[in-house]
Design a protein around this ligand. Structure first.
Ligand code: SF4
Length: 432
């Protein structure tokens, strides 16, 4: 069977699609990039926002015409939305042939073969032990690969649906992770990102995340190591030391702040105060002066007053992140925050979001301009979109950098002296 997988949502879902591809290929199915030739279309879905779910339902309806033309075509829904809605998806759209939750991907080949016999099937059982250990994912990229080190989340931030759709935290065996990294390095992936909902709480048979970083750092088939997502409350001094002492761990960290006000952080159930977060940043910068730090911030969380919002603004000014992903709060049915009585009107949430964006744009531009004159190691990925005479790649601190060069530089690590900067891109010249 030729199988087309369409992925929505976060990096975890992208990694899961690569896992699902590997599971299906083991059973001699073929993954296709061409939806028109597919015998099976799988939607790997996201539940983080209602909008994301509606989009998928809309996409499935769009495929009705294809199914009318080819009645043998099967359509499946997997991922967080499958986990959350289960069998009710069959009622929501009669084109759906199978529904499979996040812990049941190994059953997909069997479920697809049942669907071929026109038996609609679903399996969304949680399996708290499922970690898909020893399955080598089908990595599609060329330079960067994500290696899942854990699944699930125990944190229950009050705005987040993930713990309800992905179950409790569990860590993948150390040796499986190291084998996969080594294998990927041999295949040419030199920039590896360790992936989990909260990698800092990784723990497998007494190996914690700091120890895993030290072990991964010894693998000589790769050049760079990164990780997402880090929860501030679990970012220990030991992990910061491991970052600073491991030459392959890049000088970049994404650390979600969400709010700069203690009462709001408490309502979010984040487990740290604004001051504690600031101290972590100070510690990171003391150990790694060149580290780039990016973050997530939510504007207009239920009950957020103007004064509380200004605490966030002030903290952003004090910390000066390299970049911030900013969101206006949107309620998610099934989460605790959705039940809070004091939701903020849409126009105020939007207005606060605009203020966050404007502030951060200026900071980001200044931070990028501070790079001028520095020499950075760039992992060259492609010919620049804007000019065939230029190439583009990423620095260790995750900044896109463009400089004059030809395709023979692709896959190489090149030193580049930065000569100019916009808010998103650095430009420079080779400096060998
Ligand atoms: S740490 Fe919080 S925001 Fe992240 S997945 Fe878990 S509950 Fe959601």
């Amino acid at each position: 069977m030729k199988i087309f997988i369409e992925t929505y949502g976060c990096q975890m879902n992208v990694a899961d699609s690569e896992l699902v591809a590997a599971i299906l290929e083991r059973e001699k199915h073929r993954i296709t990039n061409n939806i028109s030739e597919a015998d099976v279309i799988i939607f790997n879905t996201c539940s983080v926002r209602e909008h994301a779910e509606n989009r998928v339902l809309g996409r499935i309806s769009n495929e009705m015409a294809r199914k009318r033309h080819n009645p043998e075509l099967k359509i499946g829904v997997i991922g967080c939305m499958a986990q959350r809605l289960g069998n009710s998806l069959f009622q929501m759209n009669k084109n759906i042939d199978f529904v499979v939750g996040v812990d049941q991907y190994k059953k997909l080949p069997e479920i697809i073969s049942q669907a071929e016999k026109n038996n609609s099937r679903s399996n969304t059982d949680f399996n708290p032990n499922e970690i898909y250990s020893s399955i080598q994912s089908h990595h599609y990229g060329k330079f960067n690969a994500f290696v899942t080190i854990m699944r699930g989340c125990n944190n229950f931030c009050s705005y987040c649906i993930v713990p309800y759709t992905r179950g409790r935290e569990r860590s993948r065996p150390v040796q499986d992770i190291l084998n996969e990294i080594e294998f990927l390095g041999k295949k040419g992936f030199k920039d590896i990102t360790l992936l989990g909902q909260n990698v800092n709480s990784y723990n497998f048979q007494k190996t914690n995340f700091a120890e895993l970083l030290y072990l991964a750092n010894k693998i000589d088939t790769i050049k760079r190591l990164r990780f997402v997502t880090s929860h501030p409350k679990d970012l220990s001094d030991e992990v910061i030391d491991a970052m600073a002492n491991s030459s392959k761990v890049c000088e970049h960290l994404h650390l979600a702040l969400q709010s700069g006000n203690d009462e709001i952080l408490k309502k979010m159930n984040r487990g740290y105060s604004a001051e504690q977060f600031f101290q972590i940043i100070e510690h990171l910068r003391a150990k790694m002066p060149e580290i780039a730090i990016t973050t997530d911030v939510i504007a207009g969380f239920p009950g957020e007053t103007e004064r509380q919002f200004e605490d966030t603004i002030e903290l952003l000014k004090k910390i000066r992140f390299d970049y911030a992903f900013t969101f206006k709060y949107s309620p998610r049915a099934g989460t605790k925050a959705a039940e809070f009585p004091d939701h903020i009107p849409e126009n105020i949430r939007l207005e606060r979001l605009q203020r966050l964006i404007k502030l951060q744009e200026n900071i980001t531009l200044e931070k990028y301009q501070q790079q001028i004159g520095k020499t950075k190691e760039i992992y060259v990925e492609k010919i620049s979109k804007k000019s065939k005479l230029e190439v583009s790649g990423k620095s260790r601190d995750f900044k896109i950098t463009v400089f004059p060069g030809s395709k023979n530089l692709i896959e190489k690590f090149v030193n580049v002296k930065i000569t100019s900067a916009t808010g998103w891109t650095l430009r420079g010249e080779r400096f060998d």
